[in-house]
Design a protein around this ligand. Structure first.
Ligand code: NDP
Length: 349
């Protein structure tokens, strides 16, 4: 596939001699393969979760849909299907009234050069192009809205709160910390290397940061950084860190359960031992999924775009070049290799 618009004619797309038509009149084709700035797709931890047979419990939900939608079948990526991914693309042809040829969009494009879009719940038109387009896979896309919804809606934050964030230098964590600082909170982050700890303190301006791999007793470490306890914990990792945090939470604290990345590759998740502290201290721990906050996206952009323009919020990206490096970049998220938001430039130059 050569990637030019000429390939879309009469609602047909031709790739490698196959002719694809529009299944429905309102469908749309997009391309992530164009001039350099259109090519970003992302590597997200949830992509990994789509590759394992999920623990469906008794009431399994499609967490990629806004609201709670119960389903019976699982949501795995099928063999021979493209990997999930929220990317940036250009519309090649569209039967949808809200999108026209040439529009830039971000959303559920998959790790592929061309995508047929039939579900528009996860597709947004890009209106602001005076920022790097790659930002729409990070700060201005799903991770940005995760940080915004998770912090402002779930954590009920206020000035002066003490805030702890795990996986703090990553796509979501770096933003949560900066939002909390803007509000006047005391912010500490944990990360897995000296380089990341330095970034947290110097680039993202956290009050403090530590390398959890060098801390044999996480309870003691948290006591050291939070002698008066933690008001808000933004949970990205789970496992031993969650247990240590529970011991250090203040009364009426809030825990936003965003992710449990330390558990995703385990055959059997670790147990959590200190849950009684939720009760003793009247802590509210709430799970959330970013797709429930898409209605806040315009408000979020209104908030974050000026902060970016004024340099009050910065964003660090880690870019893998070429589709062939996608798998190693994705695996790298689980070996702590990414420094900042992992992105994938589908077409390396
Ligand atoms: P990151 O950019 O933070 O990348 C993942 C990081 O997780 C790694 O770099 C590593 O950082 C850390 N990590 C990996 N394995 C472990 C482990 N075993 N123990 C502790 N830390 C580990 O990812 P994102 O910001 O994209 O995602 C952060 C979390 O948010 C994930 O749990 C993800 O599933 C979740 N998420 C949830 C969403 C929702 O809607 N609820 C939406 C988006 C993300 P380090 O070197 O610091 O250890």
């Amino acid at each position: 596939s050569g990637g030019d618009d000429e390939q879309v004619r009469n609602k047909q797309v031709i790739f490698n001699d196959y002719v694809y038509g529009f299944p429905k009149e309102s469908d749309m084709y997009v391309s992530t393969n164009g001039p350099r700035r259109f090519q970003w797709d992302c590597g997200d931890p949830y992509t990994r979760n789509r590759m394992t047979k999920p623990d469906t419990g008794n009431y399994y939900v499609d967490y990629l849909k806004p609201g709670v939608v119960y389903i019976n079948n699982d949501l795995n990526v099928e063999i021979m299907q493209p990997i999930n991914g929220l990317g940036v693309a250009k519309v090649l042809d569209s039967g949808h009234p809200n999108f026209k040829k040439g529009d830039l969009v971000w959303g559920n494009t998959g790790w592929e050069e061309y995508s047929l879009i039939t579900d528009f719940q996860l597709l947004f038109k890009i209106q602001h192009t005076n920022v790097p387009l790659s930002y729409y896979t990070g700060i201005l896309g799903m991770p940005g809205l995760t940080a915004y919804g998770g912090f402002y809606e779930v954590c009920s934050p206020k000035k002066g709160d003490t805030v702890f964030i795990s996986a703090a230098s990553g796509a979501v964590g770096q933003l949560v910390g900066q939002f909390a600082k803007l509000l006047g909170c005391y912010v500490v982050g944990s990360a897995g290397s000296k380089e990341k700890v330095d970034l947290l303190k110097n680039k993202f301006k956290f009050n403090e940061a530590f390398n959890y791999k060098e801390e044999p007793d996480l309870d003691a470490t948290l006591k050291r950084y939070f002698p008066e306890g933690i008001d808000i914990y933004f949970e990205n990792v789970g496992g031993k860190m969650l247990d240590a945090v529970l011991l250090n939470m203040r009364a009426h604290g809030r825990i936003a359960a965003c992710g449990l990345i330390s558990q995703y590759n385990l055959d059997k998740p670790e147990g959590v031992h200190n849950l009684m502290h939720l009760i003793y201290k009247r802590i509210r721990m709430e799970g959330f999924v970013v797709f429930d906050y898409f209605h806040l996206y315009p408000k979020f952009l209104e908030f974050v775009l000026p902060q970016i323009a004024e340099g009050k919020i910065v964003y660090l990206e880690d870019i893998a070049e070429g589709l062939e490096h996608g798998p190693s970049a994705l695996v790298g998220l689980f070996s702590d290799l990414n420094v900042g938001k992992q992105e994938l430039n589908l077409l390396a130059m």
